[in-house]
Design a binder for this molecule. Sequence first.
Ligand code: PMP
Length: 400
Amino acid sequence: MKFEFSENMKNIKPSEIRALLKYIHMPGMISFGGGLPNPETFPDEELKNILNDIMENYAASALQYGQTDGLPELKEQLTGYLKADENISVSPENIMITTGSQQALYALPIVFANRGDYGIIEAPTYVGMISSLNANGIKSTSIDLDENGMKTDELEDRLKTMRSMNIKPKFIYTIPTFQNPAGYTMPLDRRKHLLELAEQYNIPIIEDNPYGDLRYSGKKLPTLKSMDNNGLVTYLGTFSKIMAPGLRTGFTVSQPEVLTEFNKLKQALDLATDSLSQYIAYEYIRKGIIYKQIPKTIELYKKKRDIMLEALDDDMKNATWSRPDGGMFLWVQLPKEMNALKMLERAIANKVAYVTGSAFYHNDPELNTMRLNFTYSGDEEIKDGIKRLAKTIEEEKASL
Ligand code: PMP
């Protein structure tokens, strides 16, 4: 049969990152390309016990369809966790359990915007949001980042300009803490400024916070959601980085009227998030395992971040890079004339991989950028990999 695919599909580009995953398995390759948590952080023993308990005590409901908005027991547990962890005070009616936070990244632009409308995003930003915008025919305008995250002065100017052109952006998407891909964190004054602007212009904020628990240095900052007195912020959390990503369990915290709309869409997407995973997440919080596991993950990742930063300080000459206080990534900027995508072939030949920064821009990519993941590789691999990368950059620069 000769298939005729929709126009819609032409807008959706295959993920460069997924394509890169194949290099991870090439013999001798050191890959900083994926965004994978380190399997050493998976609480396998604890989850084995939890699974046994679930099968003994709740098998009938854990293997059954569940409510679209999520398992009530998990939502209840999450209210306590959100209060303890992020000082977010909400009740279960403010929570929707999602199939990974990616499901919310797909759904929320549809909830807030029509095809052809504009959302405001960061440049660079997370690819999952870019895929969603493309899949849903939603345009974006991008606000640049500096080492303090989204430049809110630039946002203010953009909002003024858009208003003068009669364009109302339908949401602002931000990853204020340990941003993916850049690793930057927005300080308190910018958080306040962002909230003020959102209120002034009446634009909902989507705050994506998958890495907030993974802080290795510096002082904890309040989430936008915890500072939000006006119901402006829809907050996305996930168990992917603090339990296991394979369980595909995330959560959205918002006003009930936003969740009612999301609920209608989720019924079309998957009816409900996997019941078994939700029971696992519920027990993981109820038994307090989450509070023991996070410090272990922090210890492992802090060491790896420090090793990568030290290796960069020692070996890297022709680049600058972010110094993240947490999360899983740092961002490398090469001299302007260099192109990280063109250089990738040379890097692969030198047996080191990264993701080209251009994958993280919806508009006007900066071609001289790349994202490095520091959580997945072994400690020695990180050192060797940075040496290989430094050599690759030197060779590439010499060849220009
Ligand atoms: N948002 C950001 C910024 C991410 O980095 C990720 C995972 N890489 C996600 C959302 C999606 O996470 P998940 O669907 O596993 O919850």
